[in-house]
Design a protein around this ligand. Structure first.
Ligand code: SF4
Length: 343
């Protein structure tokens, strides 16, 4: 367990409280950011081993949209497929003419089916190409000012604008570890140019102002990048908001790091107690429950339960509808009924 706040001189206290002791639990960036939102949310994320990857909404819509070379090769690949289907349409038409001339009625019977299949396929491909061309156009038009690495202010950015400034986009295969503070996380992308390694993550809601949780998460990624790629390699991190490729550059500045440091230390302490069944009242702010996903009721019959110490937590019903009993993650874990009011 980490040393107490009373250790040594003031500067030593700051360093020592961050450093984990052997045997302390590893935390995910996701759980630390959840703690910054609400301590109960942070503990649930820790106990369920939730990570950043789970935050990424799996997309059923698989068209490339963030790397320009991927968009361009997606268009090229669809042109080739479209050409093939157009040839098949022409062949079907030719066979139908031959069937008419030579009175081969079997060919005439096949014609509408073949033509229908080929036309539907070609139309789907054309529609995807149209979407890709629009994306490429947006990507080529987008511009943004390069964030000032010395600034302590949040600055607006744009994903494609950053690519136009010469940054490359990297996808990490594995999470980055901090073996001193015992936490780990994998940013959605890293923008690299020269010695700069800028972590990026995406939220799926359009926001005008970043939350404490979002700022906590991005400076945590900055710390992991600087440990991996070198000091001063991540003077800021980027949070993309919504689906329009715009977002904010958050300075890796002490004023933004404090919340991250506090959350990490407090969650580590809480996690140690929880692992030993010793945590008592976990604080929370009831005003946040109204829109918290962990308070959102769902049917008990769906059977999805949170875990604690590797075992499912018993359901604690918070209501009922015509399909049966309702429960929620926070209600189950803390045996109460959070006041959820809507999406
Ligand atoms: S429901 Fe309320 S107490 Fe529970 S995690 Fe969400 S904000 Fe915190």
């Amino acid at each position: 367990m980490s040393k107490s706040k009373g250790d040594s001189a003031q500067s030593d206290i700051h360093v020592s409280r961050m450093t984990a002791a052997p045997g302390d639990p590893w935390l995910s960036v996701h759980s630390i950011a959840e703690y910054a939102f609400c301590p109960r949310a942070g503990l649930i994320a820790y106990e369920n081993r939730r990570t950043d990857e789970e935050e990424e909404v799996p997309s059923l819509y698989t068209l490339p949209q963030y790397e320009m070379h991927a968009i361009e090769s997606g268009i090229h690949e669809r042109w080739q497929r479209l050409r093939k289907w157009v040839w098949l349409i022409a062949l079907s038409a030719g066979l139908s003419v031959a069937g008419t001339v030579f009175r081969q009625y079997a060919l005439l019977a096949i014609f509408p089916v073949a033509m229908g299949i080929c036309t539907v396929q070609a139309a789907n491909i054309a529609s995807e190409m149209f979407a890709l061309y629009r994306r490429l156009d947006l990507a080529e038009q987008s511009r943004c000012a390069e964030p000032n690495p010395a600034s302590d202010q949040i600055q607006p950015v744009n994903w494609f604008g950053m690519l136009h400034l010469g940054f490359d986009s990297i996808r990490l295969q594995e999470p980055l570890p901090d073996s001193t503070w015992y936490f780990t996380g994998r940013p959605w992308r890293i923008l690299r140019r020269g010695s700069l390694y800028i972590p990026v993550y995406q939220t799926h809601s359009a926001v005008e102002k970043l939350s404490d949780s979002q700022k906590t998460k991005i400076v945590a990624y900055c710390r992991l990048c600087e440990l991996t790629y070198g000091e001063n390699s991540s003077p800021y991190g980027i949070v993309l908001t919504g689906d329009d490729h715009s977002g904010f550059a958050v300075p890796n500045h002490p004023s933004f790091r404090k919340r991250f440091h506090d959350s990490l230390v407090e969650l580590r302490h809480l996690a140690i107690l929880s692992d030993q069944h010793l945590e008592s009242d976990v604080p929370f702010d009831s005003r946040k429950c109204a829109h918290c996903p962990l308070a959102k009721p769902r049917q008990v019959s769906w059977g999805r339960q949170i875990q604690r110490l590797g075992a499912p937590v018993a359901v604690n019903p918070v209501g009922e509808n015509h399909r049966g009993l309702l429960h929620c993650d926070c209600g189950d874990r803390f045996r109460w009924r959070p006041a959820y009011t809507g999406e």
